[in-house]
Design a protein around this ligand. Structure first.
Ligand SMILES: Nc1ncnc2c1ncn2[C@@H]1O[C@H](COP(=O)(O)OP(=O)(O)OP(=O)(O)O)[C@@H](O)[C@H]1O
Ligand SMILES: [Mg+2]
Length: 377
């Protein structure tokens, strides 16, 4: 098919909606054990019992949100006594807005905007659950956005204590944490009652990425649009970023690039051109999820124009000056940035100590600063 020309009203997309991020795939492969754990945890609710609390942890683009949505899809058919509320904590970053979202999901309209206290909203939610004999499961998706000012602790505490403040209310929590590590720390008063089942979402392996993207392309494009060789290039880029979203975005953008050249198939150049954009998208999302200390490290690295690479010792000096934080925190943050593949932290051959490590950004400085800028707007 290569070389054929597309007519102006023709398209490569058989089903374009398959390349949108909120699309829930019919076929959700390579996540069977996570899916089973989720179902196992919510199953008690089918028999009128409080479900187990769960915590899904894994890096970006590993299927956490999709797994929760699929589990509810399955549950929905069998559980008339269960209501679910999937809250996006990036969009709702305070306890008040989160409970307003839950209220809206249950009652069907938002609470009156002014003069309603948090307590009143919680009262109404609990009253609804008790009167209608419903069990509520709340998904706190991307809960890392609530780690500022202990908001996550406040939200969890209010949900976990609801059965004491409102006897008879049954609420379960599925928290989703976009992180590589289990390094989160909840407040002790929450930690002692949350005790979630932890469900880990590791990065997809190269051939898993290939099978998922190949499936998506087969359903979403017309036959002959994507050759196996070009698919492999997309899988390489996706695997390097470690985020399946990059792959799906690449499929979409490279097909649009091919269309723009009026070609009936995607070329490697279409992919390379698309990758510049997909990479920035991925970068912005990752930066948005970081804490202020980690962002400070990236900013320092990015602002040293010309010296893209520097030693951990230099970097720490500047970091300490601007944040006042100590070496242990700095070290943990470096580790996180390296696992997120935002920086390279190589041990320099001439040095024997951690402090002589050379630290380098894995992205262009301008892209990093650009992504931070767009965040603060
Ligand atoms: N196993 C899979 N099969 C098919 N599609 C998948 C699979 N896992 C993830 N996806 C797709 O990849 C994209 C990212 O998945 P998802 O949003 O669930 O990731 P996530 O772990 O919630 O990421 P983040 O932490 O950034 O929110 C979605 O478009 C989803 O459809
Ligand atoms: Mg998600």
């Amino acid at each position: 098919m290569t070389g054929k020309t597309l007519l102006w009203d023709q398209t490569l997309f058989r089903r374009g909606e398959l390349f949108e991020f909120d699309y829930i795939p019919e076929h959700f492969a390579h996540r069977d054990s996570q899916q089973r754990s989720l179902i196992f945890g919510v199953r008690p609710a089918l028999h009128g019992m409080r479900p187990l609390n769960m915590l899904c942890v894994g890096p970006p683009g590993t299927g956490k949100t999709t797994a929760a949505r699929k589990a509810f899809e399955e549950l929905g058919e069998h559980a008339p006594g269960v209501v679910t509320a999937h809250v996006n904590c990036q969009a709702s970053q305070t306890r008040y807005t989160i409970f307003s979202q839950i209220f809206q999901r249950l009652i069907g309209h938002a609470p009156p905007t002014s003069g309603v206290s948090f307590k009143k909203i919680l009262d109404e939610i609990a009253k609804y659950l008790i009167q209608n004999e419903k069990i509520l499961i709340v998904v706190l998706d991307d809960i890392n956005y609530l780690f500022h000012e202990k908001e996550a602790d406040n939200v969890l505490y209010s949900l976990l204590r609801a059965h004491e403040t409102h006897p008879g209310a049954k609420i379960g929590i599925i928290a989703i944490l976009s992180d590589d590590s289990l390094s989160y720390v909840f407040d002790p008063k929450v930690g002692s009652i949350f005790l979630p089942e932890e469900i880990l979402f590791p990065r997809y392996a190269w051939d898993e990425i290939k099978s998922i993207l190949s499936d998506r392309a087969k359903l979403g494009f017309y036959p002959g649009v994507l050759s196996e060789d070009v698919l492999d290039v997309i899988v390489d880029y996706t695997s390097e970023a470690g985020d399946l979203r990059v792959g799906i975005d690449l499929l979409k953008r490279s097909a649009l690039n091919a269309e723009a050249r009026a070609s009936t198939s995607i070329s490697e150049d279409d992919v390379r051109l698309a990758y510049r954009k997909s990479r920035i998208l991925h970068l912005s999302r990752m930066i948005a999820s970081l804490g202020s200390g980690e962002q400070a490290i990236l900013a320092i690295l990015a602002k040293r124009a010309g010296a893209k690479e520097q030693t951990a010792g230099d970097l720490y000096a500047t970091f300490h000056e601007s944040t006042g934080l100590g070496y242990t925190r700095f070290h943990a943050m470096l580790h996180k940035l390296a696992t997120l593949r935002l920086i390279d932290a190589e041990i320099a051959t001439e040095g024997m100590h951690g402090r002589s490590r050379r630290i380098a950004l894995k992205y262009d400085s301008e892209d990093v600063l650009g992504a931070m800028q767009s965040r603060s707007l």
